[in-house]
Design a protein around this ligand. Sequence first.
Ligand SMILES: CC(C)(COP(=O)(O)OP(=O)(O)OC[C@H]1O[C@@H](n2cnc3c(N)ncnc32)[C@H](O)[C@@H]1OP(=O)(O)O)[C@@H](O)C(=O)NCCC(=O)NCCS
Length: 152
Amino acid sequence: MEVLIRRAEEGDVNEIAELEAVCFKGEDPWSAGAFYNEIVENHDQTLYLVAVIDGRIVGYMGVWRILDEGHITNVAVDPEFRRNHIGEAIIQEMIRLTSEGGTQSWTLEVRVDNEAAIKLYEKMGFKAAGIRPKYYEYDGTDALIMWKGKEL
Ligand SMILES: CC(C)(COP(=O)(O)OP(=O)(O)OC[C@H]1O[C@@H](n2cnc3c(N)ncnc32)[C@H](O)[C@@H]1OP(=O)(O)O)[C@@H](O)C(=O)NCCC(=O)NCCS
């Protein structure tokens, strides 16, 4: 199974939004318009990557570059392709590319009950740094704040 990881383009927006709707069903998924803003309108501040197998997008992630920090907005892998180290590969590539551009630390919020994602981020060197109470407005769940590359 060959996985290609590349920068997302305007033509990927609808396919990413379709995958988002599957991966975040019931969790306030982002619309195609939101991804368009991120990938096209805010191209200079963001980096969006997709993982592609046989021409099909099976994973994506996004990050905002703010000074020397990377703020991760979303990471998701198609349910049919999970546990194949695709999530890990996309994050690794994002870290490599943003490091080259001067990013020194990375942060994200994750639902406190999202064990798969927390385990993935821990494996990638992220550490828990606090809680944002009721961060997810659609059901009032807290977010765990995680950082990599920063003294906590
Ligand atoms: C979280 C998510 C992106 C992981 O993607 P993935 O490609 O399946 O993850 P990987 O195969 O790269 O996993 C890497 C490591 O993460 C951990 N991990 C991933 N999924 C896990 C699970 N279901 N349970 C426990 N650990 C898990 C493991 O340590 C794994 O390493 P290992 O396989 O050597 O044990 C995927 O489950 C997903 O899309 N979830 C829904 C969307 C979401 O919640 N995104 C995060 C929002 S903050």
